[in-house]
Design a protein around this ligand. Sequence first.
Ligand code: NAD
Length: 312
Amino acid sequence: MASKKIAVIGSGLIGRSFSMLFVSGGYQVSVYDVEPAQNAVAKDDIWSQLNKLEEQGLLRGSLSKEQQFANITYTEDLAECVNGAFFIQECIPERLELKKSVFAKIEKVMSPDAIMSSSTSALMPSLISGDLTHKNRFVVTHPTNPPFYAPATEVVPASWTDADVIEKTVALLKEIGQAPVLLKKEINGFVLNRIQYAILAETWNLIRDGIVSPEDCDVIMSQGLGMRYAFMGPWETAYLNADGLHSYSDRYADMIYGIQKDFLPPEKIGGETLDVIQRGMENVAGPVENLEQRRQWRDRRLVALAKLKAGM
Ligand code: NAD
């Protein structure tokens, strides 16, 4: 019988999320963390998150929360964690040398046809896996945070990643209810962060040049563009705004190009403009000391949106 075991390396924020997602799909998860105390914290937190998901009606899969909880085990031994697993999800801090050294240890004890997958937010797969003996079994699986409520997950292969690694990773993500996006080749920042940082760059320039306040930039996003983007991307938005894309191009291409040519180069975040944006965000979200309250509000709104999108 094919293995149902998945290894999760690192039991921080993302390791916990992946563990919960995998058990929701009926898999057995073994979690390893270099800090034994972290595993105990993770166990308590996962139980509390499973309870919350059940209360919200957002628990995934057909297993009860008790069954899902029981299907996650914790170990202080990397080899025991990886042994017999068909999929290994690394969720350790974003440091290239650390990730390289942990994968070098993993590949020595894993099944030869297992998949090594990294949660890295921005490290290129070729950089992490270039020195591995089994680099063909490596792929990046980059979740959006929080993964339960924002299911888009980037799958980024290196040029040497085996085709079956890509296919199986995409299939596994679909099976557990995520929305995988396969990049055809690696690029700095992947796709999600390139889009996110393009928005940061343009809004930064608009605020710096005194065109708009930071508070009003947020209105444009949360009460304007974001209303549509919660349901469709920029190109479907364009498609619907005219009679298809050729009609959109006939009507708007000259105007859009004229504006795009005006875009100024990005500037490194810092200095006076940052102070202006900090004050603006204090007005929007309250002082830094009270951010936990605002985060809880954000998470409640995300839950409501996830329910709306699920048609609940
Ligand atoms: P985190 O700091 O919450 O957790 C990291 C965990 O790894 C800790 O529990 C730590 O004890 C453990 N660890 C450290 N060294 C280890 C080792 N050698 N072996 C095993 N465990 C070890 O970090 P996180 O936010 O969960 O991020 C993990 C990865 O996911 C990073 O690469 C990050 O860039 C990526 N990521 C994070 C987010 C996010 O929003 N937090 C989103 C997408 C991807």
